[in-house]
Design a protein around this ligand. Structure first.
Ligand SMILES: [Zn+2]
Length: 495
């Protein structure tokens, strides 16, 4: 079941100065549980047809996310066809298999025509994708996946590899792809390697054997690597291929979102210094809203990707470690982004990062944090930022807070985990901030902390240059009842 809904947009974007790129989109398996969008970019200039899929396995999110980014790359020739989220129900459920399918049909990447099997694909959604793929007759077919471990460290997994169908054309480009991506990886055992032929029943193998496409599977590794790193590796490898084919410009590799969009574009920092479930919780906060949310790492920020976004969110973890990961250059780029009109939301560690009292902090908000080291009798010197494990506290919005964050009445519960106790610093050259919420209870571990948290600001907001910041000490992203508060916070800083 395929129906293209072509709509022609003549946008002056990209490097294609002669023709106009033609965009079309539609749904595969329309009207079924497996319905998922496809996107076609046609440069209008003769050239290769490249077909990219992501999310065939639902618990391999980086492939789907990278494909969702790559579909916004302007192309100079040929056609780029992308199905970013093939197994959409699996991606939503974070499961490898097709949810609800019996054992012999549940692995979507075994349902395509086998080497010595029938010429058709088995069941939906494989049959819909296969039919569409055959109709488009791609010269190149790229399937984006993830393994659970680095292949060089654990040969049971194909993580961090390129599995291609070999042949002269692949032999020209695969070494270039390996070289480019491996230049970004320091640990030799975590570098990409080239592996054997794709498995029987996989779409990559079928695309090669039945359609004659130069075919490859790109595998990143989920283990201990942020999603921003894995999507960047996918982008890098695909970019080398598309550059090799003369289809994209040098800077496309950093294009993460559409150039023009009415929808909010949010960057969520997920790399060094981020701890726990912050970025995943933020996915949930914005899941039902119409926005473009992307994970970014320090490398992406230093490559100036923030300029594509309306705001950046720094979630929980360690403010000093986030600052260290960004480096001086990355921190200056974040400051310039806010100064130039970008928005900043800092949650817990992100609210430390925005402060003005550390050598490493951004200094975009005129607040200091209660963090001095006190020598405690019989305990020794202790830093006062540490108040123990995660615990619920009470928080109440001010009138200014209700105007920005929504009309939540009275004190309500929110998760707290060593967020900053914020107070006005009075640093020259910085404006003030307004208090949007107040802690109405507190947690403390050491005597000198008692009474310092209750009635102190839980959320503050202000302006830095042309931009706005909002610092949240506790963790509203952990509670679905407070998702609206964060959605409103994002909208306000982006305004
Ligand atoms: Zn996979």
């Amino acid at each position: 079941m395929i129906r293209a809904i072509p709509f022609l947009l003549f946008l002056g974007i990209g490097l294609n100065s002669l023709g106009a790129e033609k965009f079309s989109t539609g749904l595969l398996a329309e009207g079924t549980k497996w319905e998922t969008p496809f996107y076609q970019r046609d440069s209008g200039i003769e050239g290769p047809i490249v077909f990219i899929t992501g999310g065939i396995h639902g618990n391999e999110p980086a492939g789907a996310r990278a494909a969702e980014q790559i579909r916004h790359w302007p192309i100079k020739k040929g056609q780029l066809i992308i199905v970013p989220k093939v197994n959409l129900p699996g991606l939503r459920a974070d499961t490898r298999h097709l949810p609800g399918k019996p054992k012999k049909l549940r692995d979507l990447n075994r349902n395509f025509p086998k080497t010595n099997g029938a010429p058709n694909a088995k069941d939906l959604p494989a049959s819909a994708l296969w039919k569409y793929l055959k109709n488009t007759k791609p010269d190149w077919f790229i399937d984006l996946h993830e393994g659970y471990d680095f292949h060089q460290l654990n040969s049971d997994s194909v993580g961090t590899s390129i599995i291609d169908t070999k042949g002269n054309l692949a032999n020209e480009v695969v070494p270039k792809m390996l070289k480019a991506v491996n230049a970004t990886i320091t640990d030799p055992q975590k570098k990409f390697v080239r592996l054997r032929y794709p498995v029987d029943g996989s779409i990559a193998r079928a695309a090669h054997e039945r359609i004659g496409a130069n075919s490859m599977i790109l595998e990143t590794t989920k283990k201990n690597q942020p999603i921003s790193t894995r999507t960047r590796q996918h982008r890098l490898m695909v970019h080398v291929l598309l550059s090799h084919l003369g289809m994209v410009g040098k800077n496309s590799v950093h294009v993460l979102v559409p150039k023009k969009s009415k929808e909010l574009k949010i960057a969520v920092y997920d790399a060094g210094g981020v701890g726990g479930t912050g970025p995943n919780s933020l996915d949930k906060v914005f899941a039902e809203t119409k926005i473009h949310l992307r994970r970014v790492g320090a490398v992406d920020i230093r490559a100036s990707t923030l300029s594509q976004f309306d705001l950046v969110i720094f979630p929980g973890g360690s403010g000093s470690k986030q600052a260290a990961a960004l480096g001086l250059n990355g921190r200056q780029i974040v400051k310039k982004f806010i100064e130039g009109g970008g928005g900043y939301v800092g949650i817990c560690a992100g609210a430390y990062l925005a402060a003005s009292n550390y050598e490493w902090s951004l200094g975009i908000s005129n607040h200091k944090t209660f963090c001095k080291i006190i020598n405690l009798p019989e305990i020794g010197p202790k830093s006062m930022w540490y108040r123990g494990p995660s615990a619920p506290v009470k928080m109440e919005l001010t009138e200014e807070g209700k105007a920005i964050l929504g009309n939540l009445k009275g004190p309500f519960e929110v998760r707290y985990h060593n967020g900053p106790i914020m107070s006005f610093m009075g640093k020259d050259g910085l404006g003030s901030f307004q208090r949007l919420a107040t802690f109405r209870s507190e947690v403390s571990k050491y005597n000198p902390q008692q009474g310092t948290m209750v009635n102190s600001p839980a959320i503050i907001a202000g302006e830095f240059g042309e931009g706005r910041f909002l610092c949240i000490s506790p963790h509203p992203e952990s509670d679905s009842k407070l998702y609206k508060l964060l959605q409103n916070a994002a909208r306000w800083v982006a305004d």
